[in-house]
Design a protein around this ligand. Structure first.
Ligand SMILES: [Zn+2]
Length: 115
């Protein structure tokens, strides 16, 4: 069975188990992996920034009540937060950086801003 370099597709000769034809291709492969890791991080950061922007739009005063639809229609992603904080009375506040929210019920949210 012949195998090809996974980067440049050059036919590999020599011992089994090789994946690259050269050090250059081995390095290129690891650079590609790092770049794809970077893309994922960038994608998450963009989505976090979008969430943060949405909360800023809705909560210009420092504390506001809103509803789920207002968040959803703007594309808010409830899966992406940077921190959870439990208040002294046991309620969870979900933060994206300095902008946070707490659920009243399935429809209503309190938006808060950290000082
Ligand atoms: Zn190669």
């Amino acid at each position: 069975m012949t195998k090809n370099c996974i980067v440049c597709q050059t036919k590999l000769v020599g011992r089994d188990g090789r994946k690259f034809c050269s050090d250059a291709c081995r390095i290129e492969h690891h650079n590609q992996l790092n770049r794809s890791g970077g893309r994922f991080v960038r994608m998450i950061n963009e989505r976090l920034r979008k969430n943060h922007r949405i909360l800023c739009e809705l909560n210009c005063e420092g504390i506001t009540k809103t509803n789920r639809a207002s968040l959803v229609i703007r594309g808010f992603d409830f899966n992406l937060i940077t921190m959870i904080e439990r208040s002294s009375n046991g309620e969870n506040y979900f933060y994206i950086y300095d902008q946070g929210y707490r659920m009243f019920d399935n429809e209503h949210y309190l938006l808060v801003k950290r000082e």
